[in-house]
Design a binder for this molecule. Sequence first.
Ligand code: AMP
Ligand code: MG
Length: 414
Amino acid sequence: MYQEDIELEEAYRIIEASTKGVTETEEKMLSEADGYVTAEDIKIGFDVPPFPRSPLDGFAIRSIDTKGATEENPAVFRIIDTEFAGDFCTKTIGAGEAVRIFTGAPIPKGADCVAWQEDSVGWDDENRFRTFENGTEVKIVAEYKPWENYSFQGEEIKAGTVVVPKNHRITYIESGVLSSAGIDRVKVYRKPKVGVFVTGSELMKPGEPLKPGKIYDANLQFLSVRLKELGYAPEMTGMLPDDSDEVAKILSEANDRCDLVITSGGVSVGAKDIIHLVLPKINAEKIFWGVRMKPGSPAIFSMRNGKPMVHLSGNPFAALTTFELLAKEALRKLSHDETLRNNMIYVTLGESFSKHRGRRFIRAILENDELHFPKAEKQTSGNLMSMVGCNCIAELPPQDHPYEKGDRVRIFLL
Ligand code: AMP
Ligand code: MG
């Protein structure tokens, strides 16, 4: 059912309910899987550690052989082998025997503890630890309990444990986890294809001399770069004139090819606000028009062939804010990528703010736990330049008095 002038929460709800996540999956080599979202729970096939492991440098021994050991009356062991991380000692430790062992090496059979090298007698005159050759002796000056300094097989992770769940974006962390689990192929969702188009007969690309009446494009550029930053570089882009036939032709093609189409411009009520004419021409259904927020209020959400299209206002700051709040939500749902969810946090205002009518989104700078607004701030929705140096967008809901320094407000980080 078509709705107008809705609350942002309702817009989220509609986008969430109308947008279907991509179902097609593909298998990626781990080296190429980062930035993709897992399409199944990924389980580890073995225990971690895969063998009983020494957590320190010392001597693998039987604890029972240290009974009563003290500085004055140390227990004496014969060294039968030396094991560094990566080695594997096949000998079994018997009574009075020790294996010189280093952190990460497997604890040999027969041993039930590892004595600290600091608890051994064997430092030379220059306070360097002498090497223990096989066949030499080491004296241990303390008692050990069974399983002291003994990392059990599987004590960190048991075989069969899910190490990365389904619907989880593979970042450098997951990638490291999968590698340590020995996994080199991952089933992921294919990435949604995104098309980005700006409309406006006044728009020119940088590089051409500026003609009278024209302006250089900001939105196609920043939207493309933002999508690329997020890991969803657009498949199709275009700068279109305010000609509804032309825009209709391109948008229908884009909607056929892409999972998400994002446009900017032409969503208000002026004679050249052509998106209203375009949507019926291509049999797209307008789902909502108008969200109670400033800037960006005339945004439109439409569906065609079961696929979402988000139409943002052309004012660059409005386009930026509604991209982050609305278009990214559609992309999140399509991609199953929860890292696209806006991270809303509460912070303290470092200065007062007088405009308090209407639900406002304001570019801001979070620094030393305080929120500030850029100097000479002209809160026009068109000026993207004042965004330079900002790291967040603050949400200031309407209230009947100005915002004061020290008030708590909600922001999302960019
Ligand atoms: P519109 O939403 O089409 O009414 O555009 C609102 C304002 O934003 C107008 O001043 C446009 O010239 C400007 N504008 C629209 N699209 C862009 C763009 N891609 N880059 C920079 N400014 C734009
Ligand atoms: Mg326009």
